[in-house]
Design a protein around this ligand. Structure first.
Ligand code: SAM
Length: 417
């Protein structure tokens, strides 16, 4: 692979591989009772040799997984290679040093430690444009406060929850920062009037339709800059994804909301207890799936909601009663719950093996979606980069799209550059 691929070339390469290899990832692992790749005999046999801990070891190491799968899926290594992005260069501004000790501790009051680290990394990767920051779906405006302090320019933060706005305003006022927390539903038509070309919009982890709205409005209103780290790609109103860019609109890839969830399927931040609970829920969900097939007399998958954590501390029978009530299924008295639970546990291994293969496509799909957003801005007159703003362990949603309007003057050079 060439050292630096253009956004469009990277998109085309990923699009071709994802489209060609659809049978390996465009499926619903929960709905399957056995491995679906009988025609790929060597892959099928290899997967059957893997136990849970072997699968988990490969899940922890993307490179190793790609190397192993390359024996069965030719494109596994190119797919992995096309998914490697550069780290965003950090911008050390002349006006301050980025070291933690120069930031007043009060800036990070009420911000959970991990969130603060993400905010700091996001800020350090920013290439400022325009004269005002526009913080999109701001929560309590933690990012906005840091930007106001570090860059000495005003911040307008949009957030629809009044309580969060009040709390954020209070925190900013205590530091005498030029921040305005504005209650605003960003989906409402009135939002347009809040945008103007001298702004640089920032969105840290704004969900699907919220950041899509930002991209559309920001490019229509010709904002000087847009920097966002997208998340929750599946939170859209439509059943199917509607691509934004010209390149993605001509793709043969059709993505359902279910497919979009694959882009978020990682567990790096889960602790041991959370992982155990997840395993239990998976086994119970799969056990209940077999039960519901019997109850309905229909051997097909029935989408079921996730159970609240409290529901996972009881027993399997309680879980089935809870789920049956949700799905309006009547449970007869004579059910061998232990047997269904046992079969559910056995299915966990099958699903884990399927997900091992499917997860090879997780990051490529996420990049495909991010590139669609990046190309959309590029097509609308922005100079765009796509990079990683922090380590994957800090947050798996670590992609950063930075767009500066092409006719915008170059940002001030950072100290020492
Ligand atoms: C995932 S949080 C991100 C908050 C903040 N950017 C951060 O990283 O801490 C999403 C925020 O978007 C807000 N939000 C959701 N829908 C919104 C809407 N339609 N208009 C404005 N804000 C919204 C939520 O209230 C929440 O504070």
């Amino acid at each position: 692979m060439p050292a630096v691929l253009s956004l469009r070339d990277r998109f085309i390469a990923l699009d071709r591989l994802l489209t060609q290899l659809r049978p390996f990832w465009q499926l619903r692992p929960f709905a399957l009772k056995e491995l679906p790749w009988h025609q790929h005999q060597s892959l099928h046999h290899w997967l059957q040799t893997l136990d849970l801990s072997a699968c988990e070891a490969l899940e922890r190491d993307d490179q190793l997984r790609a190397e192993n799968l390359a024996s069965f899926i030719d494109a596994a290594l190119p797919l992995h290679a096309h998914s490697q992005l550069p780290e965003a260069p950090t911008q050390e501004m002349a006006a301050y040093s980025a070291s933690t000790d120069t930031l007043p501790a009060r800036l990070s009051y009420h911000v959970p430690g991990r969130k603060w680290e993400q905010i700091r990394a996001f800020d350090q990767a920013l290439r400022p444009a325009g004269e005002q920051w526009l913080e999109w779906c701001a929560g309590k405006g933690h990012l906005g406060r840091l930007l106001a302090f570090r860059h000495q320019r005003p911040v307008l933060s949009l957030e629809w929850q009044h309580t969060l706005c009040n709390q954020g305003q209070h925190l900013a006022d205590a530091l005498k920062l030029d921040c305005r927390m504005q209650p605003q539903d960003v989906m409402a038509p009135a939002t347009t009037a809040r945008l103007h070309p001298r702004q640089h919009a920032v969105a840290l982890h704004a969900c699907g339709k919220l950041h899509l709205r930002l991209l559309r409005l920001a490019s229509e209103q010709r904002l000087a800059g847009v920097t966002l780290s997208p998340c929750c790609y599946h939170l859209i109103d439509e059943e199917h994804y509607h691509p934004l860019s010209d390149s993605a609109r001509i793709s043969r890839l059709q993505l359902s909301r279910q497919d979009l969830k694959l882009a978020l399927q990682d567990t790096v931040t889960a602790g041991a207890r959370e992982r155990r609970l997840r395993q239990r829920e998976l086994a119970w969900r799969l056990g209940f799936d077999l039960l519901q097939r019997q109850l309905r007399g229909e051997d097909s998958y029935l989408p079921c909601p996730s159970a609240p954590k409290s529901q996972l501390s009881g027993g399997f029978e309680d879980y089935c009663r809870w789920m049956a009530a949700r799905k309006q299924l009547r449970l007869p008295d004579a059910i061998d719950y232990a047997e269904f639970e046992q079969q559910g546990r056995q299915r966990v291994l099958t699903v884990t093996r399927i997900e091992l293969v499917r997860n090879l496509f997780r990051r490529p799909l996420e990049l495909w979606l991010a590139l669609d957003r990046a190309l959309y801005l590029q097509e609308r007159g922005y100079q765009v980069t796509l990079s990683e703003f922090c380590d994957y362990q800090l947050t798996p949603r670590n992609l950063l799209i930075q767009a500066i309007r092409r006719d915008e003057p170059a940002p001030p050079r950072a100290a020492g550059q």
